[in-house]
Design a protein around this ligand. Structure first.
Ligand code: UD1
Length: 366
């Protein structure tokens, strides 16, 4: 029988570590699968894209759509138009999308309307916060996907409640953790800490990029007040996302931060530097989704600057505190993270480095 053509879609930074293990596993079965990697180009700066290809050992994409930035409608529409052409040329048997970015939704919708089977990796996560573009992307992608791969049991329950038939849902674990565990040994002797002039266990890492935290100057100023105070005791390494960089410059806050020696702002970091910093941090302060999960596996206390999380398992396992963005709440969470016993953090079920293998086993059977 002819091998199945499978298009794997990646668009933005958090997608790359999720597609890498799936692509690697598919490539082990050339008689069964012909996988092809499609990069939509949603993220395009070298430090948001190219470095991840190198470090995760991803091959050059078979197709690069080059869509770039834009409003949500522009970006989603540009991906759809470009991806439709790819689907018509390649006639894939299956399209695999990961995560919850605009490229995820755009490619799932395009494939489904061409009657191509769609698999969603990281299905079923719900924040119930409809102001997040990612929540819309998640719900719509799940509603139209044929195979739904979930990272945790709460995700299974969410899908069942939404009427998704149980036979389409597969609890496989967390594919992003496959990449983390595969690359952790490479962080052993990196000089990342020395380059940032910090010592293991004596600094925090910070990421901030959600519109709810960085687009409103007053909210951002409140968060920065707390961070400047904390940085007097505990230095903070902050790889700054392009969206946040623009807003800091526009609101004049960059000058205040430059005057705070404990806050070390850098350009966005590659996967290995970030993993090295995270595993050795005293705490992680973030509004990212993936970092909450990485913190749980690394056993590092995490403070999430959001009102909710689609990853409640990271709270249940004793790692994460979801505190919103009001200064008093962040201060209280920082105090409790400083006192947290790391031994009390448990790794969630099936976050064991073998999620991609489980996914491929079900695709072979389908
Ligand atoms: C996107 C995802 C978000 C994910 C985040 C990780 C959606 C809706 N959002 O948000 O879920 O957590 O990626 O980074 O898909 N920019 C650059 N260079 C780049 C990419 C972006 O300068 O390589 C700037 C552009 O000004 C752009 C802005 O960042 O307008 C936002 O990029 P975009 O892809 O729209 O969303 P993110 O905020 O990165």
């Amino acid at each position: 029988m002819k091998p199945k053509t499978i298009l794997l879609v990646a668009g933005a930074r958090p997608n790359f570590m999720k597609v890498a293990p799936v692509l690697r596993e598919l490539s082990k079965h050339p008689d069964t699968f012909t996988p092809k990697l499609v990069h939509t180009g949603q993220h395009y700066d070298p430090e948001m894209s190219d470095i991840f290809f190198d470090e995760l050992d991803l091959p050059k994409p078979d197709r690069f759509l080059g869509v770039g930035s834009g409003t949500h409608a522009e970006q989603t529409a540009k991906v759809m138009v470009a991806f439709e052409k790819v689907c018509l040329e390649e006639r894939p048997d299956l399209v695999v999308v990961v995560g919850d970015v605009n490229s995820t939704l755009a490619c799932a919708l395009t494939a489904k309307k061409l009657w191509i089977q769609v698999a969603h990796v990281e299905a079923g996560l719900r924040s119930r916060d409809w102001t997040m573009p990612e929540e819309i992307n998640r719900v719509v992608t799940d509603a139209i996907s044929d195979l739904l791969y979930t990272p945790s049991r709460d995700a299974d329950q969410n899908l069942l409640r939404e009427g998704i038939p149980a036979e389409r849902i597969h609890f496989v674990g967390n594919v992003m953790i496959d990449s983390l565990l595969a690359l952790l040994p490479k962080t052993e002797c990196r000089d990342t800490l020395a380059r940032h002039a910090v010592e293991a266990g004596r600094y925090a890492t910070l990421t901030l990029h959600r519109p709810s935290n960085v687009d409103d100057a007053d909210v951002l100023a409140g968060i920065i007040d707390v961070l400047i105070d904390l940085s007097r005791e505990l230095p903070i390494i902050w790889p700054v996302h392009p969206r946040s960089r623009k807003n800091l410059e526009a609101s004049g806050m960059s000058h205040r931060l430059q005057a705070a020696p404990g806050i070390r702002m850098t350009d966005p970091l590659g996967y290995l530097d970030m993993l090295t910093l995270n595993r050795n941090a005293r705490m992680i302060i973030t509004d990212s989704g993936g970092l909450q999960e990485e913190a749980a596996v690394l056993g590092v206390p995490c403070i999430t600057l959001r009102e909710n999380t689609e990853r409640p398992i990271t709270v249940e396992c004793g790692c994460n505190e979801v505190v919103g963005n009001r200064p008093a709440a962040i201060r209280a969470a920082v105090a409790s993270a400083l006192n947290k016993n790391r031994q009390s953090i448990r790794v969630p079920d099936l976050w064991d480095g073998r999620a991609a293998r489980r996914i491929i086993a079900t695709i072979r059977e389908s």
